[in-house]
Write a protein that binds this ligand. Sequence first.
Ligand SMILES: [Zn+2]
Length: 127
Amino acid sequence: MTKGLDTKVIKNIENQLIAEKVRITADLANLSHKDPHEADNMTTKFPEYGNKADENAQEISDYSANVVTEGLLEKSLNDINKALERVKTHDYGICKYCGNPIAEKRLIARPTANSCINCKKELQNNE
Ligand SMILES: [Zn+2]
C-alpha cells in the first residue's frame, strides 16, 4: 500500500497524468513521424515551405525548434510513463531518495515528482 496519500488523490493524479500523456502524444504526432523500420524511433518532420533561400532558412530554423520541442515532449512523456508505472506498483508519492512520502501539495503541483522537497533541495545544493 502507498503510505501517506489517499487513494482518491492518487486516482485524480493518475487521471491527470493520463490526460497529459494523451495531449503530449498528440503534440509529438504533429511534430514527428514514426520510422516504420524502427518501432521506437521518432523522427522529427522536416518542414517543406518552398525552394527559395528564405524559405529554406525558415525550414531549417523551424526544424531545429521542432527537434528541441520534441526532445522536451519526449522527456515529459518519459516522466509521465514512469509516474504511471509507480502508481501501478504502489510506489507513487514515495521519495526515491529517502523513502518518505512526498507532500500531497507538491504532487498536485508536479505529478511527475519522484523526490520529496527536502531531497530535491539537497540535490540542488549539491549541483
Ligand atoms: Zn526525500
